[in-house]
Design a binder for this molecule. Structure first.
Ligand SMILES: [Zn+2]
Length: 240
């Protein structure tokens, strides 16, 4: 007997931060595997050379198949700003993106995952319905304004104990995952298929590129895509 009748609900969502000119390359990879993405963009990101920022045309083209989300106006670290500056960064980033794409945006991502309770309130007051953090290793979204994620497309060297757990205490499998984040990402997907939940993969196109991780990311997308009875949605769909 199979468990088909009792299958847990599985949702896949992905998000990609910053608004870099390599974002369209990442979007093309998502398109190849029919996986939607939410691109969190700071249109005047001070951490990206202006020549490398995603152009307004580039942002508009992403909206054809993907979602755009807020990431503040200039990617300043919120806890280091006055309340007025933080509120302005959150709101002006939203306003500028909405002007560029000609449509409302509903999702937000805290720059570097840094925020406090006041910022949560500001994001809510600005009219967003969800705010993503950089908390990983969860198959539950939790609080919509402190939304957790599952896996970052990046090799985090501090993940040893979690990897051993997700490898179900098999040391050889754990060692493989430790050196290959894509194996860790696929093991989390298997866990999500078994237990149900929201599988949230996120990262940065510039980081994937800098680390030569395109093939690793493609392996993960190929593994998680087009599964029967799995819903593939942008982050904004989690609000409902
Ligand atoms: Zn960012």
């Amino acid at each position: 007997m199979t468990e088909m009748t009792n299958q847990p609900r599985v949702v896949v969502t992905t998000s990609w931060d910053d608004g870099h000119h390599l974002d369209p390359k990442l979007a093309a990879l998502l398109d190849k595997y029919d996986v939607p993405g939410t691109f969190y963009i700071a249109p005047r990101n001070i951490e990206i050379d202006p020549a490398n920022r995603l152009s307004h045309d580039g942002i508009r083209e992403l909206t054809e198949r993907h979602e755009i989300g807020g990431h503040t106006l200039s990617h300043k670290r919120l806890p280091f700003l006055s309340d007025d500056e933080a509120r302005h960064e959150i709101q002006a980033g939203k306003d500028e993106l909405e002007q560029i794409i000609g449509a409302p945006i509903t999702t937000f991502c805290y720059p570097r995952g840094e925020y406090n309770a006041k910022h949560v309130g500001m994001v809510r007051e600005s009219g967003f319905g969800l705010a993503r953090t950089v908390d990983r290793h969860s198959l539950e979204v939790g609080d919509l304004f402190e939304a957790k994620t599952t896996i970052n497309a990046y090799a985090h060297l501090v993940d040893g104990p979690t990897i051993l757990r997700i490898a179900r205490m098999r040391p050889a499998a754990a060692v493989k995952m430790y050196f290959n984040w894509e194996d860790f990402a696929m093991a989390w997907f298997d866990k999500c298929l078994r237990e149900g939940g929201v599988y949230h993969l996120w990262g940065h196109s510039w980081e994937v590129d800098a680390r030569g991780d395109w093939a690793r990311l493609e392996r993960v997308l190929d593994y998680i895509c087009r599964r029967p009875d799995v819903e593939y949605v942008p982050n904004g769909a989690l609000i409902a």
